[in-house]
Design a protein around this ligand. Structure first.
Ligand code: HEM
Length: 343
């Protein structure tokens, strides 16, 4: 079924909202009433229609608006896209993967036609119809990784595998939760995870790295991460902290429903065929508290998770200033009933 793409913004007037259908497919990330970091990885396989797992690369009603926001970010700051020279083969791997997944999942919106190395790519929502030679950069308007990630929701990193480690050697990062590609480019798995509290000591990153070094082609894996954001703003980068940081001081008991957003990242990891690199997809979903409480089991669990969050995570995720107001507002939806694990 064709998706009705919304006209909306993630800045200035913040007109972004979820339709009721989109709320019902929101990937609420908590399977119990408290949260702690873990190696929460599972096979990235297709799931039920009407969920974000229906297709392995998810496209939703926010696609066109998100691509517009990415264009605005890149215009202001071209360094949000970077790829080191040795990543060209991984760039083509990524273009192939994203074109194939989008065309397979959404044939009414995207079509890929191949005739040997001559490919035609049609992207109807963005009005693109391009023919190019796979492997020949001169036949595209920009590098292949930039070309396709200007047409795919979420942020993307390509990590190179060498010396028993993973290296962040390419990225398109315009919708990040307070980290910088320009700062992290060229770092390895332990280095870019340096600022994360508690997880290193718990061995989470040792185990995660070991797992990823053995990731096989054709068997992608996924995990959830989450944080909270004030206003439906996609670009919460350190580069623009001066624009969004002060928003955290604007939350009052009266505006929690509209202003405070749960920000969920559905992260998927894919071994790439020619380069042996790994594509890391960070697909971001935003939902305000007013939308969240329309689902009673989420409304019950959310204040419990916030109330019991370890202080180190409250600080790292930047929730300190508005957590209390948010818990108080949500608490009226928590009737104290026990919740079932896993929902
Ligand atoms: C946070 C990248 C895989 C667990 C982060 C951050 C980055 C990042 C840039 C932000 C760090 C900062 O504050 O500056 C990546 C990349 C991955 C990857 C490129 C793929 C190769 C994983 C995996 C795990 C993981 C497999 C599994 C345990 C975490 C955790 C955080 C984090 C727990 C803190 C998130 C939060 O509390 O908001 N990651 N990561 N990462 N990463 Fe990863």
């Amino acid at each position: 079924m064709a998706i009705a793409f919304k006209q909306e913004s993630f800045r200035d007037d913040f007109s972004y909202r979820n339709s009721p259908e989109n709320v019902s497919r929101f990937p609420f990330p908590f399977d119990r009433d408290e949260y702690m970091y873990s190696v929460n990885m599972e096979p990235h396989v297709r799931g039920r229609p009407g969920t974000v797992f229906e297709n392995l690369i998810d496209v939703d009603e926010h696609y066109v608006a998100e691509m517009h926001d990415r264009m605005l970010v890149l215009k202001e700051d071209p360094l949000r896209y970077q790829a080191l020279p040795h990543m060209m083969s991984a760039q083509w791997d990524t273009l192939e993967l994203l074109m194939e997944e989008q065309a397979t999942g959404y044939p009414e919106h995207f079509t890929l036609t191949r005739n040997g190395d001559e490919w035609r790519w049609v992207n109807r929502p963005l009005g693109i119809d391009d023919t190019f030679t796979f492997g020949d950069v001169s036949t595209l308007p920009c590098e292949p990784f930039e070309y396709i990630t200007r047409q795919a929701q979420g942020d993307f990193c390509i990590v190179d595998q060498r010396d028993g480690n993973l290296w962040m050697d390419a990225g398109m990062v315009t919708t990040q939760a307070d980290w910088s590609l320009d700062f992290d480019i060229g770092m390895n798995f332990m280095e870019w995870h340096g600022p994360v509290p508690l997880a290193h000591q718990a061995g989470v990153f040792d185990r995660a790295l070991k797992f990823l070094l053995n990731l096989q082609q054709g068997k992608p894996t996924r995990r959830f991460n989450w944080t909270m954001t004030i206003n439906p703003r996609l670009d919460t980068s350190p580069e623009n902290y001066h624009k969004w940081g002060p928003d955290r001081t604007t939350v009052t008991p009266e505006n929690v429903a509209e202003k405070v957003h749960l920000r969920v990242e559905l992260q998927s990891l894919w071994r790439l065929p020619r380069s042996n690199a790994i594509l890391f997809v960070i697909r971001c979903y935003l939902m305000n508290m007013g939308e969240l409480v329309t689902v009673p089991k989420w409304a019950r669990r959310m204040p419990r998770v916030l109330r019991t969050l370890p202080p180190e995570l409250i600080d790292y995720k930047g929730l300190t200033r508005y957590r209390e107001d948010t818990i108080n507002w949500l608490s009226k939806y928590d009737d104290g009933a026990p919740t079932s694990p896993g929902i």
